[in-house]
Design a protein around this ligand. Sequence first.
Ligand code: AHR
Length: 671
Amino acid sequence: MEPKYAACVVLAFSLMIITIHYLQPNGAVTDATQTASLSLNASQYPAKKISQSMFGISFEEINHSGAGGLWAELVSNRGFEAGGPNTPSNISPWTIIGNETSILVSTDRSSCFDRNKVALQMEVLCDIDGENICPAGGVGVYNPGYWGMNIEQGKSYRVVFFIRSLQPVEMSVSFIGSKQQKLATSDIKDDGVENWKKVEMVLEAYGSDANSRLQLTTSKRSTIWLDQVSALPLDTHNGHGFRQDLFDMLAALKPGFIRFPGGSFVEGDRLMNAFRWRETIGSWEERPGRFNDVWQYWIDDGLGYFEYLQLAEDLGALPVWVVNIGISRNDQVDTSLILPFVQDTLDAIEFARGDASSTMGSARAAMGHLEPFDLQYVAAGNQDCWKKNYRGNYMKFYNAIKGAYPDIKIITNCDASAAVLDHPADLYDYHVYTNANSMFSMAHNFDHTSRNGPKAFVSEYAVTGGEAGRGNLLKALAEAGFLIGLERNSDAVEMASSAPLFVNENNQRFNPDAIVFDSSKVYGTPTYWMQLLFKDSNGATLLDSTLQSPSSSLTASAISWTDADSSRSYIRVKVVNFGGNTVNLDLSVEGLDINSIEAAGSTLTTLTSTNVKDENSFNEPKKVAPVVKALKNASNKMRVIIPPSSLISIDLQLKSNVIQVAGSIGAHASL
Ligand code: AHR
């Protein structure tokens, strides 16, 4: 125990408000220790069930979350389409190895793939035996991936590309490290590539470098066309293409749902660039890719509609598909012309849910997923309620989807928390980006909203602005207060997720974010760690609790839940102390027999730091992370000391003979 808290412990169970000097996060010395009490009822009936999908994740193709992030493809602009359909075109980030006396590189529209016609042409002028001798190592092109490829010794990488040449081909395919060292290589020789041919190989790395590149070189005079060059590590999650370390971060959150693929990305700055599910399914080399015009980068669409559904399934999360209903940030389809868009969405739903013999279900089955995906939620647009055609288009989508799939829950963009909706919906989308104080006080936002209409889907919340830094403790605590409010109002709120989820350190388009990564490393911001303390609330029972506190900087909630792995039941009390004072919290658990709590398995988890502006980083990934301690004095009545600026989670393990009744713990349930 830190010495600064020791004085507080001596005073356990004292109801006196004592005063000690405490060094505040900002360096100021204030007088403070306050006493508060929280009493909760573990035996209430009927139980108040929190939605099984209360806390989830909102995945948007922003900040290179997918391309150059969760989608493990190492090659950027693999089909040479990023420069647009017209040639000559910019092939960035591909780069030439050699100079114009040894190689000429250009693009033409000779690809064998109809939807992405641009191919790379390399005219190799030098030759190992000729007069114009090639530089050592040959000439060709290399791709640096997304700010460097992470190549790791002992790991294997599948490299695939399409090639054509009128001459026999001799080529080396290699991963090269940042000091020009070879990390893996393979040579190909082929005299029969007059027509496009697929080349596939597995390279095993004998060295490591997080800033590597893939290069294709030759020393033989020839003209070679290349297209659709891909390099994927073999160790992606379940072989499904998801970068394992980033997937693990998501899985640890046990998300109840995953909303995808945005956000504003779904709208597009203009409709012509918006996400089109149909162009993202089927074999990867056939996908045209698109310019993400909202967040300003090219994506090859390796992470497509199918992969999003697969990701949801792999995470055990319900997919929430956000559909563009003919509205972008700058243009709209008139409602009189919307029916083809509606049909397109019905086709997408059939792709996800139809059996393998249905037209679109068979397309899914052909991709290897015979069983339908569990698509139950469709969100109609993103932040579009105020747009002229929103209601007209929405109703066309609503009626068609409900007609074909009555069980699908449809989420409107219009806020039903303040006024009654003028259109039907199962849920309404609610976004909040604000400063820390407002976010914390928004814990009460849903206290008085209607319990009869559609429930809220808080699909994007975040503290933003300078005070949030790049994702600090202050942000996390304010958001934790907000989530406690959502939990307490879980009869009005069905789902919640922070936004944005991911950021590639090299291309932050939106700040702050929950998870930061580069080519080889990842860390969670305090917001991420905060969310971990809410993961067991999905499907839990909300317990009635009454907080008496001299300060409005304190907020709390209590749940009971059973751990699926151990079958052990717990009461969890979460408290956010948003203020600068230490608080002695006297906790009393009513409705439980006196010996129901097992002190040995009970814990106290604290998320705090010496300064609310503290952040994590690659160097200090867990500077602000939960610290778990045994709670040896756990019992029905106990005192817990809550540090200033902290989120704590008190986990009281119940004895195995204490049974749960209808989700809550009966007063006489102890056997
Ligand atoms: O989460 C980042 C962006 O913020 C989303 O794309 C958009 O919906 C919101 O404005």
